[in-house]
Structure formats: structure tokens, C-alpha cells
Design a binder for this molecule. Structure first.
Ligand code: SAM
Ligand code: SF4
Length: 336
């Protein structure tokens, strides 16, 4: 294999921001159909339209050579991809990578938590939008809450560096559970993030009426808990609060606010190998054709990634009031 590695090269965009974090979606498929993420009758990509696991490993290796030290594997549901563990094992061995992390719906965690830990996964985000079985089923359409909570407990018992719940709150659907979800996180000694719903994908769901701001959620939680501003910062769109006298931090991920864009340190790679420079923009670089054209030479891919830094936008452009979604692609395709 020809390697023209220039390890001194870092990914710095035109605004001086260094990209040291990638999120890689390894499948658009999922065993759930969450209302805000997928339509009921999704058409999924065929196998050759999706990066092979070897291609996923190659992309991560190249990014790590370019100074990336944190990789999040996501989807769709990453753990429903056949042989996904092989990828975690490959990536977990890369020197220069400090943090291999995962976002999952938890349905397969009971089966895989131990192997994920052995592969080097440090942190896991588990998406849970409700603690009520019937409501959970309604939101996810196909999900089984007991299976997810078993998976979560197995992960807690396995002992990762961090486990966090991710919750999308929707007005009139699950916003009345904010306090209960925090109480659950406190009880389990884990963190929780509330994510504002983003206008991604045409999922036939009335976002204007269900959208709820994190400011409202914060106010609601402050009437029950003493929350202390935390200095913890992930480089992303989250602001954290410590629940007084507990181990639990609450994150508020507000993608509609522009506050986080100036410190943005990340890019996303879809399961089709599209490099998206910003969650709210269509600017992208197609890595899959380049990789297939140059199976033994990383340099054209390195060049494309370096050049992409020139088109990373300053900030996003979400607007819930638009009739059509600002960005048509599905979160499950791009990765959350
Ligand atoms: N299947 C995994 C899961 O659910 O955690 C990983 C992929 S999922 C796309 C990643 C995260 O994106 C989840 O926490 C999910 O709640 C969130 N998500 C999906 N669609 C969203 C949307 N339209 N707005 C905000 N968050 C969304
Ligand atoms: Fe699947 Fe995650 Fe999307 Fe829900 S949010 S449908 S679990 S990819």
C-alpha cells in the first residue's frame, strides 16, 4: 500500500477551528422507527450503496492520521449491522485515538456490552425518550422498553467510563417525563442530555407543535432540582448542569442556537461515505467513489478531506417555521 502520510497535517478550517472529532454512521437501518427520525415505511440503501466495514475502518484510520482523536460510531442503529463488532475492534486499536464512543438505542446492548468494552469503547450514549412502556412503543413504533433498560443496565454493570441517556423531548408527547428521566439518571449514577428536535428528514410529524426549547426544560427542572452550572464542555452544542449532591450532569443540546458553531470541532460521515461539514448544511464531499477508485492509495482521500476544510460553513441554518425541512436527509443516514 502507498502511504504518503504527513502526520503533521491537522484539519483546520478557514475559521481556525480544528476538527478532531468525527461521527461515523455505519448503517441507515434500524430496528426502531422513532417518529422524529424515520417514517414508518423507510426505504433503506442497498448493500453496495453503503460503506463496507473495511471502508469504515479505512476512513477512521485516515482521519486519525489527520489529528482526529475522538470517533463516535452511530447510525441508524450501529449494533444491528452484521459484524459491527469487528469495526469496533479495528478502530479500538488505532494509536492516536483517545476516545472511541457509541450512540445506540440500547436494544442490542445486553448482548454486546462486554465485547464493546473489550474492543476499547469508552463511552456510550443510549437514547431513551420515555420510561413508560406504552409511550416508548408509541414514540419508537417498534421498540421494547424492557429490552432497552436491560441493555442499559448491562452496560452500567460492564463499567464504561461514561454512560449517558439521550432524550428528545416533544411537547404533549413526553415533555411531562423530564423530571422522571432525570430522577432515573440520578438513581443510576449516569448523565442525561436533552436534545432539541431538529428539522431533519421528511418524517411526516408535526414538529412546530411538538418543538420544545431547552430553556423551557431547564426552567421546569430547576423547579424540582438544584442545578449548578458545570464547566464541562464537549466542544459541541451542549451546555451542562450538575444536579447538586449527585453524580449526574444534565446536558442541553440546542442545535437551533448558534452559540456552539464557533467552537465546532466535528464533521460527520454518512453510511454512504459522504463527508458532511455541518449538520445543518448540504455541503459535502463524496469519499466513497474516491476510496473505490484508489483502494491502495490514501493520498487522494487525504487531499479531499484536507480540501473540505475550506468549505466547512461558519454555522448552520435551521428554521422550524419553514414548510419543508431545512435539510432533507434523515438523521439515521447522517448519524446523530
Ligand atoms: N439509533 C441510535 C440512537 O437512537 O441512539 C443512533 C442513531 S440516532 C440518529 C442518534 C440520536 O439522534 C438519537 O439520540 C436520536 O434521538 C437523535 N435524533 C434522531 N432524529 C432526530 C431529530 N430529528 N432531532 C433531534 N434528534 C434526533
Ligand atoms: Fe433508530 Fe436511533 Fe432513529 Fe430511533 S433515533 S429510529 S433508534 S436511528
Amino acid at each position: 500500500m502507498t502511504i504518503h502520510a504527513n502526520t503533521s497535517r491537522k484539519l483546520i478550517d478557514q475559521f481556525g477551528r480544528q476538527v478532531d472529532y468525527i461521527r461515523l454512521s455505519i448503517t441507515d437501518r434500524c430496528d426502531f422507527r422513532c417518529q422524529y427520525c424515520m417514517s414508518e415505511d423507510m426505504t433503506f440503501l442497498s448493500r453496495d450503496e453503503v460503506l463496507s466495514l473495511e471502508e469504515c475502518a479505512r476512513i477512521v484510520r485516515i482521519f486519525v492520521q489527520l489529528g482526529v482523536n475522538k470517533v463516535r460510531i452511530t447510525g441508524g442503529e450501529p449494533l444491528v449491522r452484521k459484524n459491527a463488532l469487528w469495526l469496533f475492534e479495528e478502530v479500538g486499536q488505532l494509536s492516536g485515538l483517545d476516545q472511541l464512543v457509541l450512540t445506540t438505542n440500547g436494544s442490542q446492548l445486553a448482548k454486546h456490552a462486554l465485547a464493546l468494552k473489550a474492543a476499547g469503547v469508552k463511552r456510550i450514549n443510549v437514547s431513551v425518550d420515555s420510561l413508560q412502556a406504552d409511550r416508548f412503543k408509541q414514540i419508537t413504533r417498534t421498540g421494547d422498553l424492557t429490552q432497552v433498560l436491560d441493555g442499559l443496565q448491562t452496560a452500567i454493570n460492564t463499567g464504561f467510563d461514561g454512560i449517558k441517556l439521550n432524550t428528545v423531548l416533544m411537547r404533549g408527547i413526553n415533555d411531562d417525563e423530564a423530571e422522571d428521566l432525570v430522577a432515573f439518571a440520578v438513581h443510576k449514577n449516569i448523565d442525561i442530555s436533552f436534545i432539541e428536535e431538529m428539522p431533519l428528514g421528511d418524517v411526516n410529524h408535526a414538529r412546530d407543535s411538538t418543538f420544545i426549547t431547552n430553556q423551557d426544560t431547564l426552567k421546569r427542572l430547576q423547579s424540582k432540582y438544584t442545578l449548578l452550572p458545570s464547566t464541562h464542555h464537549s466542544g459541541g452544542p451542549a451546555r451542562y448542569w450538575q444536579v447538586a449532591n449527585t453524580a449526574t450532569k444534565i446536558g442541553f443540546i440546542s442545535p437551533h442556537s448558534h452559540n456552539f458553531c464557533e467552537s465546532c470541532n466535528r464533521v460527520r460521515i454518512s453510511c454512504k461515505g459522504e463527508l458532511f461539514l455541518c449538520l445543518g448544511h448540504e455541503d459535502k464531499v463524496e469519499l466513497m467513489p474516491l476510496m473505490r477508485m484508489h483502494p491502495n492509495d490514501d493520498q487522494p482521500i487525504i487531499d479531499a478531506i484536507m480540501n473540505s476544510m475550506r468549505i466547512k460553513p461558519k454555522g448552520h441554518d435551521f428554521d422550524l417555521k419553514r414548510a419543508a425541512p431545512a435539510v432533507i436527509r434523515f438523521m439515521s443516514h447522517t448519524g446523530g
